[in-house]
Every structure is written in C-alpha cells, then in structure tokens.
Write a protein that binds this ligand. Structure first.
Ligand SMILES: Cc1ncc(COP(=O)(O)O)c(C=O)c1O
Length: 378
C-alpha cells in the first residue's frame, strides 16, 4: 500500500469538503447558479485579502497574475525596482524585461530578507521608478520579507506602486492589504487556499487602478479592466475554471469558519515546531533570521545531497517535500506547512525526515526532532 502525503510548498493537500465540491457535476457559467457562487466567492476573497476592493480571478497558474501585474500597470520604458532574493524575485525581473520595463534589481543574498532601507534609497535615487516588486514569502528560500515596512516607504511615493507576490503566503501568514497599503497583491490556488493549481488572483488598490488607466503595455487574456467589469456582474470575460471556482467557494467557507487569526496562529505553531525539530536534529535553517511561517528551508547536513533527502522521502516514505531550486539545489530541502496541514502531518513528516537522514548516514539522536516538535505543539 502506498499512502501519499504532501508537505510541499504547492501543490498542497486538499480538504475532503473541497474535494467533494470539485467532484460535483459541471454547471454552466452563464447561469444564475454560477453567478450566485461567484458572488459568494467575491466576498470570501475580499475577506482573505483583507480588502474592500474586488479580487480578480484568472484561470492560470500564479505566474499569470505576476505577468498581468506588470502588463496592466506599467508602460514600456518604465523603471521598476525588483527585490531579487530568490527564484520568484528573479521571475519578476524576467517578466519586466519581456514587456520592455527596465528592472532595477536589488540583489539579496538567498536566505536573507531585504533591508527596507535599500528600497527607500532606490526610490530616493530615482523618483521616476513606477513600481516595486517583492515576494511576501520567497518560497525558494523560505524567507519572509518585511512587506509592512516596505509598504510604509512606497506609500509615501504617489508615483510608485508596491506589487506583492503573496502566492505562497496569503492565507498562511498575515498580509492585510488595505491596512498595510499594498497596491497589488497576487495569489495562486495551489498553496494556502487548499485547492489544486489553476487559479490566479490579483487585487488592486485604488492607486493601482489609476496606474491601470495610464498603462499602455499590450495585454489580452490578463486584462484587469475587462475582468473587473465582468466580475462585478458575477461573470468572467472567458470560460472560467468552473470546478475550481466551485471548490474555491468551499475552501473560502472553511477559511472563514476557522478565521484568519486562528489560521495564522496555526501556521505559526506548525512552523515553530518544524524549526525546533530541525534545530534539535543539529540542522541549520536556511533563513534563520527571517523565516516564513509558510515554508521552512533547511540546509542539508554537510556531505549529504538535499536532493537525495527529497528522493528518499518520496520513494520510501511516500512523502513529497521540495528540494532547493537553482543555486540552492542540493544544498537545502524545504518542508511546507501551508494550508490544510495539522500537527499530526508535521510530526509524521519530521519522523520521515529523521528516518531518511539516518539512512543517509547522518548521525543524530533518533526522535530528537519529533520530541522538539511535540514540545512546541503540546
Ligand atoms: C512566491 C511564488 N511566486 C510565484 C510562484 C509561481 O506560481 P505558479 O507556479 O503557480 O505559476 C510561486 C509558485 O511556486 C511562488 O511560490
């Protein structure tokens, strides 16, 4: 028998209530029934994003919303500051280049959070910068960036918007859009929203909507204005991912039932337990000073390939976690605790990591990680 489990930073496990909703017979989207569901989803998304504005929904992976954020707010030749502290920061640079926007990269050592002073400095040096792009959680490194402090800086610049990629963050860790004055917040379905991949989200502040008015970059499917017009009629411009939207209605119900504050507290506890376990095993955290509560990146022990840890976990213990990407490949492994995850998942995951490390010849006291996690979770 193979019983699979997932502690990856997307896709993540899906609650049975959501699976059942996903399996319902398909309905047509140009019907009152679908419109009723979308009406409920719109309200649920505003709760999740903590915004009064609409949250746009696209049938794509999260990268579609990243591309849409660039294409709908900027013009060719505009300059944008991009925080580059991992793979997803680099993606914003690539998208900017593809659209003729000049990225001014702020390189950040992988595993570290950006210093907000660097962003203040960049905006002071060049006040023509139109946007700042950042990840709330940089999934490739497990880093939590200081978005609140950065928003306080950017909001003082009327000609600049702050675009926050919350794809692996929203619904796991606090990110109150309106309160913190974030201009564009992005999300994807396959992370803390407890859904399969296939939906991307973008919410815009009033300031960001003004940028949409002046933007002249080409766009077609990811046309924010067109989608907003349709959404306010409980519709979408094109055929929506109907079953995913039906599943989303259910996952948003679960999110409301648990409540954002409780959800954030659960993620914080699970993350703390994971970090305590890894430390008790004598391992080093990759982002010890700025760890996100959504995903924990751990340095593989000296002489042990992080990719092997991932492989053995998958093949022998039926547990899928994530390895390192690009320059962190082989050096780290990443345990996610986002979405539909509870203490038993974490304890079982840590036990499997211990068995795997033992098999790879790493010496430690068996059970030390599980014990440390349990002491946090008790
Ligand atoms: C922070 C972050 N940004 C962007 C993406 C890209 O999303 P997708 O793979 O859904 O296009 C991911 C996905 O892993 C992510 O974690």
């Amino acid at each position: 028998m193979k019983k699979y489990s997932l502690l990856a930073p997307g896709p993540t496990p899906i609650p049975p209530e959501v699976l059942q909703a996903l399996a319902r017979p398909i309905i047509h989207h140009r019907t009152p029934l679908y419109e009723e569901i979308l009406q409920e989803v719109r309200e649920g998304l505003k709760y999740l994003f903590q915004t009064k504005n609409e949250v746009l929904i696209f049938a794509s992976s999260g990268t579609g919303a990243m591309e849409g954020a660039v294409a709908n707010t900027l013009c060719a030749g505009d300059k944008a500051v991009v925080v580059e502290g991992g793979k997803f920061g680099e993606r914003f640079t690539q998208i900017c280049r593809a659209y003729g926007v000049h990225p001014l990269a702020i390189p950040v050592e992988w595993g570290r959070a950006v210093d907000p002073g660097l962003i203040a400095g960049a905006l002071k040096e060049d006040p023509t910068v139109k946007a700042v792009f950042i990840q709330a959680t940089e999934t490739s490194t497990g880093v939590l960036h200081p978005v609140r402090e950065i928003a306080a800086i950017v909001s003082r610049h009327p000609g600049t918007i702050l675009v926050v990629d919350g794809i692996s963050h929203l619904g796991a860790v606090e990110l109150p859009m309106d309160e913190w004055k974030l201009d564009l917040v992005l999300c994807g379905s396959q992370k803390a929203l407890m859904l399969p991949p296939g939906l991307a989200f973008a919410a815009l502040s009033d300031k960001a909507w003004q940028f949409v008015e002046r933007s002249t970059l080409p766009r077609f499917y990811f046309d924010f204005k067109k989608e907003l017009r349709n959404l306010t009629q409980n519709q979408s411009a094109y055929t929506p991912a109907i079953s995913l939207v039906v599943g989303l209605a259910e996952s948003l119900r679960l999110i409301r039932k648990e409540g954002l504050e409780n959800i954030f507290a659960r993620h914080a506890r699970l993350a703390k337990a994971t970090r305590a376990a890894m430390t008790a095993l004598g391992l080093q955290l990759f982002a010890p000073r700025a760890s996100s509560d959504a995903v924990t990146a751990v340095l593989a022990p000296p002489g042990i390939d992080g990719q092997k840890v991932v492989k053995i976990l998958r093949e022998k213990h039926n547990l899928t976690i994530a390895g390192g990407q690009d320059r962190a490949k082989g050096k780290i492994f990443r345990l996610a605790h986002m979405g539909y995850i509870d203490p038993s998942d974490i304890i079982a995951g840590i036990a499997a990591v211990e068995l795997t490390l033992r098999e790879l010849g790493y010496r430690f006291e068996m059970g030390a990680g599980v014990k440390a996690a349990m002491e946090v979770l008790i």
